[in-house]
Design a protein around this ligand. Structure first.
Ligand code: PRP
Ligand code: URA
Length: 210
């Protein structure tokens, strides 16, 4: 597994505002989108491209275009939905699939309640979006699901990660082609499985309590 933890003052600045309990939902949503676009720059470093010959006003030259099959972006509902716009802004030609997951707040076990993905992901590059990597249960289940469908490689973008969750994913992927891009690596999980210092419940802060 490749791990990239962002190290940029603009990202840290935006994360600081995001963490602040006084930041209201509209600002939280806007910052989430902006942070994803910044993290996506690193996350798409290995996106597959093919040569493309074009005519400039001056001459013919060869550039590149994003290759087929198109990348698949998979936000994990609900909180991952807040990251979708920021990602597709950068790769407008990407396809989008959805995975709905919720973790049981007592047992911390994830369960899948919705799935809308192509049946065959052979040779597809997948970009999974989930703001919080806590125990790693939800992301781990999503990664297994996508590999079972034949995904070629998977890059996960998370705003915050806990060391416990990163270790769990590393153990689970066991040599498969997974990249993890984090906005920040936090200190630890608390006794309720929340990231410390974290930002609280990302879904609630984006969309309100349900
Ligand atoms: C949150 C978050 C992740 C998960 C992380 O989702 O968005 O999906 O918890 O925790 P884990 O690493 O321990 O699995 P939640 O289950 O609260 O659902 P929501 O997105 O609908 O709020
Ligand atoms: N899910 C969240 O939304 N926040 C956490 O800190 C952990 C899991």
């Amino acid at each position: 597994m490749r791990l990239h933890v962002a190290d940029h003052p603009l990202i840290t600045h935006k994360l600081t505002v995001l963490r602040d309990a006084a930041t209201p939902s509209p600002v939280f949503r806007q910052l989430t989108e902006e942070l994803v676009t910044l993290l996506a720059y690193e996350a798409t470093r290995n996106v597959r491209v093919a040569p493309l010959e074009i005519q400039t006003p001056v001459t013919t030259t060869v550039g590149v275009k994003i290759d087929d099959p198109r990348p698949l972006v998979v936000p994990i509902l609900r909180a991952g939905l807040g990251m979708l716009e920021g990602m597709v802004k950068l790769i407008p030609t990407a396809e989008v699939g959805f995975l709905g997951m919720v973790r049981n707040e007592e047992t911390l076990e994830p369960s899948t309640y919705a799935e809308r993905l192509p049946d065959d992901l052979s040779d597809r590059q997948c970009f999974v979006l989930d703001p919080m990597l806590a125990t790693g249960g939800s992301l781990g289940a999503a990664i297994d699901f996508l590999f079972q469908r034949g995904a070629k490689d998977i890059t996960a973008i998370c705003l915050l990660g806990a060391p416990e969750g990163v270790a769990a994913i590393e153990k689970q992927v066991d040599g498969r082609d997974v990249t993890l891009v984090l906005g920040a690596m936090d200190e630890r999980l608390d006794e309720n499985g929340y990231i410390v210092p974290g930002l609280g419940d990302a879904g609630d802060r984006l969309y309100g309590t349900v």
